[in-house]
Design a protein around this ligand. Structure first.
Ligand SMILES: CC(C)(COP(=O)(O)OP(=O)(O)OC[C@H]1O[C@@H](n2cnc3c(N)ncnc32)[C@H](O)[C@@H]1OP(=O)(O)O)[C@@H](O)C(=O)NCCC(=O)NCCS
Length: 296
């Protein structure tokens, strides 16, 4: 028999250090992700908003919204990304997470774009469908290359060094969108990626005033982001990077601003499990991808 639950709903509690620490514990347990480095470096963000059920001082279920400043189809807007979704195993299948999702999306209505988005693990697809999200696969943008003959003069950044972190953070606050189709301007989410997912592939191209994130996967050079007050042609950026042995480049954002020749748009498997909720997503019926560094 299920015991009745004594749960307290809480949101916007980052001013309570104990509750924030509990959030970090919960996220480590459910997602294996330790957000303390992001907090300790000062990048924790008020625009990252939790919606949680607490039992006593413990979170048992959570949905977060990251309210992201974005450019969508040329228009600046704020888009909610659903993230940090989880329910402790003993509390699952009681409707807790759907209730939190409903409360979160009701809270942001009128403050943000009509659509929201999220990236889902395959196991969670049925749950998100029940919550009203639709699986909307992204495309891939690739271009073949013969050789990449960069001169390697760009300096690789080391984010254990406070000066390099500050350099990127400054640029992140002055940046323009890497794509005017779908671009993300959130400085603190970019800093999350600098610390956690892209820490070893950031290059400072001083001559162009940008940091480029790029690294090899198999024979593909994946370009994750270009951060700066303007976006140079990708060929120019690559001429300062190391001479990668790649036979293709994959742009991990929409390539409308980087003057890339012979881009092929590929449909197919979307490892990100992209889902859209709500209405008015302009790319419902045409190729798109969210920038890698927009993943919360
Ligand atoms: C996915 C998860 C957040 C669901 O939380 P929950 O509190 O159990 O969800 P709810 O009880 O609110 O479920 C809402 C509906 O989805 C259904 N549902 C939930 N999990 C499901 C699953 N894994 N498969 C199929 N349906 C599921 C529920 O049965 C319910 O439908 P119903 O009203 O028809 O019965 C939880 O299982 C979890 O934490 N999983 C591990 C972490 C995870 O996958 N997070 C998402 C990463 S993208």
């Amino acid at each position: 028999m299920c015991e009745p639950l004594e749960l307290q709903f809480r949101s916007q509690y980052w001013d309570d250090p104990a509750a924030q620490a509990e959030y970090i514990r919960f996220t480590r347990g459910i997602h294996g992700l330790d957000l303390s480095a992001w907090r300790d470096r000062g990048f924790w963000d008020e625009h990252y908003v939790p919606f949680s059920f607490f039992e006593g001082d413990r979170i048992v279920s959570n949905v977060s919204l990251y309210l992201l400043p974005m450019v969508i189809a040329g228009e600046p807007c704020v888009v909610p990304q659903v993230s940090g979704v989880g329910t402790e195993p003993l509390y699952r299948r009681r409707g807790l997470n759907r209730e939190l999702t409903n409360r979160a999306l009701a809270w942001c209505r009128g403050l943000t774009s009509e659509f929201s988005f999220l990236f889902a693990d395959l196991d969670a697809f049925p749950f998100y469908k029940k919550c009203g999200f639709r699986c909307t696969p992204q495309h891939r943008f690739v271009t073949p290359v013969q050789s990449l003959s960069g001169d390697g003069s760009a300096r690789r950044l080391n984010f254990n060094d406070g000066d390099d972190l500050a350099l990127l953070h400054d640029l992140a606050r002055q940046r323009t969108a890497v794509s005017d189709e779908i671009g993300c301007l959130s400085p603190n989410l970019l800093m999350f990626h600098a610390l956690y997912t892209l820490s070893d592939c950031a290059y400072w191209v001083e001559e162009l005033g940008v940091v480029a994130f790029a690294g090899m996967t198999g024979k593909t050079l994946r370009v994750f982001d270009i951060v700066g007050p303007q976006i140079p042609a990708l060929d120019d950026v690559l001429s300062y990077l190391p001479a990668f042995k790649a036979n293709q480049i994959e742009c991990m954002f929409m390539p409308d601003k980087v003057a890339l020749a012979h881009v092929r748009t590929l449909a197919g498997d979307d490892p990100d499990g992209t889902h859209i909720g709500g209405g008015d997503f302009p790319y419902e019926d045409r190729p798109f991808r969210f920038p890698f560094t927009a993943h919360a």
